[in-house]
Each structure stands twice: as C-alpha cells, then as structure tokens.
Design a protein around this ligand. Structure first.
Ligand code: NAP
Length: 310
C-alpha cells in the first residue's frame, strides 16, 4: 500500500486549498472526495462575499474554478467516504473507506465540513424529499409559482428565503425568535421583499400533507400559544449545521456538538491530524475562512512532515 505524506479528506473550499498548498510544497497528496468537488458551495445559489467577484458568483461556478486550479497538480483523487481512522504504532494513519479500501498517510487534514441539522418536527422525515428540503438551490424550481416556508433565522435561512422569493409565489419565513441571527444586509433584504412574510416568535408544530406531498405547516406563537396553519407545498429547513467528524479517532478533542477543536495553526490535539473549514469549532463559517483554514492547515502539515522526514 502506498504511504502518502498527506491525505486530505473532503473536497470543499478547505480541502481543495489544503491539497493545493500541500502538493505545491512538494509532498505526496491524496484527496478523498465523497461527492463532486465544491462541498456546501454547490448548494449555494450566489456567493456575494468572496473577494474577487464583485458581481457575485454562482456556487457551482466557484466550485468549478477551485477544482480547475488543482487539476494540473499531481494530487491522487480517491472517490469514497472515510468511515474510520486509526493511528499505527509507526505513527502513520490508516483510513478505512467503504468496500474495504484503505489509505495510509503520515498526516491527515480533515476538511469534511458540516451538514444541515434536522428540525425534529413531526412530518419532517415522512415528507423528506416530498416537500421537505434542505437545499433551495437543488429543489426550489419544483415550487415555481407556489407557496413555501423557510425555517430558521441564520444567514442560510435568510439567503435561501431571498433566493426562493425570486422563484416562488410566497415565502413564509418561520423563526423561533423575533430577532434574526443572520447578517443585517440579508435581514434588510428579507424585510424589503414583498412576497416574504415573517412568522417570527413561532415554532413548527407539524409538517402536514398526504400522498402528493406537503400541503401545510402548523405553527405556534411561543408567547401566546396561538396556532396557525400555513398553506405551503414546500418546507425548506435551515436550522444550523452538524459537523461530519464521526470517522475521526475518539481521542481527537471536539466540542459538545462534535466540532473539532484546533489551535490557530489548525493542529488538533493528536500530532499529524489537522482540521480545516466548517468541521472546526469556530464562529466564522465562510468560503473565505475555509480557504484560509485550508492554507493554514497545509502549512502546519508541511512543517510536521519536515520534522517527520528529518
Ligand atoms: P446558524 O447561523 O447556526 O443559524 C441557525 C438558525 O436556526 C438560528 O436562527 C437558530 O435560532 C435556528 N434554530 C436552531 N435550532 C432550531 C430549532 N430546533 N428550531 C427552530 N429554529 C432553530 O446556521 P446557518 O444559517 O446554517 O449558518 C451556519 C454558519 O454558516 C453560520 O456561521 C453562518 O453565518 C454561515 N453562513 C454564512 C453565509 C454568508 O455569509 N453568505 C451563508 C450561509 C451560512 P436562534 O437564532 O434562535 O438560535
């Protein structure tokens, strides 16, 4: 089995950047990718805050550009999902993928990001893919000219409510508090949109429907207990993210939600394991911060490999 200097797990902005910096430092690199390169930006309609694109850029276009940048470098691309990982007595890491595939590396950069958290409302699972969605860019078109609900109050919920408002007839934006967590620029746009109705201070009691899919959402005001049934055919849920970190060895320190703890150089508590991007415990979760994390992690991994090879 080939022993790589570094295996980068994940093909979002952090993973692509880490692989780019590592291969340019002259070490052997494999990158494990579970899906098409791009990660979360593939399900983001427009990216307005990545420097260099003053007129904004579509998520898939930026993903293509990131991937094209890496294409001419000798990075081994391995399709699959890392299921578990362990350290050997020789300090290398064995990464176990599906179908009994195993990779061995001197260092690992974990860039597997995070995925959308579920709301936990009755009907959410039953209507998943039949009206309940976590990706407005993927599924928004199915609801062209119809009424939908968006749940959440962070940047994702606000951005996707705005995206949907340009396609659908009406968006109900349901949020459990009266104040939004998302950036003021999106809050202002949401308030200005004529076809977005704010349903704040309210929670989803149930997502309802029949064989044809979702037909309504029952919401309840938290202060008065007053209930209301919103006639919608789609429910887009954006209530935060969960890290994809379960495959890392148990000894890797994480916060209560499972996000990986690192120092400012992206080193975890286990020498040789680095983490970059949304898998980390941090506040700023942006394409630009993921790119920065990837470069920092690769630099730290290169220093680690220099010591290893000395
Ligand atoms: P987030 O910022 O954590 O927001 C999650 C939202 O869901 C919050 O408003 C939260 O309510 C609500 N929520 C959580 N659990 C809930 C539940 N059980 N029931 C009802 N509501 C619930 O998550 P996000 O919007 O997915 O964003 C994740 C990260 O990516 C953030 O750091 C965000 O800034 C970043 N991001 C940035 C951009 C951008 O700048 N272009 C775009 C997308 C995401 P409370 O507010 O009451 O806690």
């Amino acid at each position: 089995m080939m022993l790589y200097d570094a295996v980068v797990i994940g093909a979002g902005p952090a993973g692509i950047t880490a692989a780019l910096y590592l291969v340019r430092s002259g070490v052997s690199v494999a990158r494990v990718e579970n899906a098409a390169p791009g990660g979360q930006i593939l399900s983001t309609a427009e990216i307005e805050n990545y420097p260099g694109f003053p007129k904004s850029i579509k998520g898939w276009e930026l993903a293509d550009l990131f991937d094209a940048h890496l294409a001419s470098y000798p990075v081994e691309r391995v399709r699959g999902q890392v299921l578990s990982m362990e350290q050997t007595e020789g300090r290398t890491f064995l990464l176990h993928l599906a179908e009994d595939k195993t990779l061995e590396a001197k260092s690992v950069v974990a860039c597997t990001g995070a995925h959308h958290r579920k709301l936990g409302a009755p009907g959410e699972d039953a209507f998943s893919g039949k009206g309940v969605s976590y990706c407005a860019v993927c599924d928004g078109n199915f609801y062209r000219g119809r009424d939908v609900a968006v749940v959440g109050g962070g940047n994702s919920a606000l951005e996707e409510a705005l995206y949907l408002s340009r396609i659908v007839n009406k968006v109900y934006l349901i949020h459990r508090r009266d104040a939004f967590r998302g950036a003021m620029i999106y809050q202002n746009k949401v308030r200005e949109a004529e076809n977005i109705e704010l349903v704040t201070g309210s929670v989803v009691d149930e997502i309802r429907g029949g064989t044809a899919g979702v037909d309504s959402v029952a919401v309840r005001r938290l202060d008065s207990g007053e209930t209301r049934v919103l006639p919608v055919e789609g429910v887009f849920i954006y209530v935060g993210m969960e890290p994809v970190s379960g495959y890392l060895p148990e000894g890797v320190n994480r916060d209560a939600a499972g996000f990986v703890l690192t120092d400012a150089e992206m080193c975890t508590n286990i020498p040789g394991i680095f983490a970059a991007g949304d898998i980390r415990a941090k506040r700023c979760r942006q394409v630009s911060s993921a790119v920065g994390d990837g470069a920092t992690a690769a630099t730290a991994a290169s220093s680690y490999l220099e010591q290893w090879n000395a």
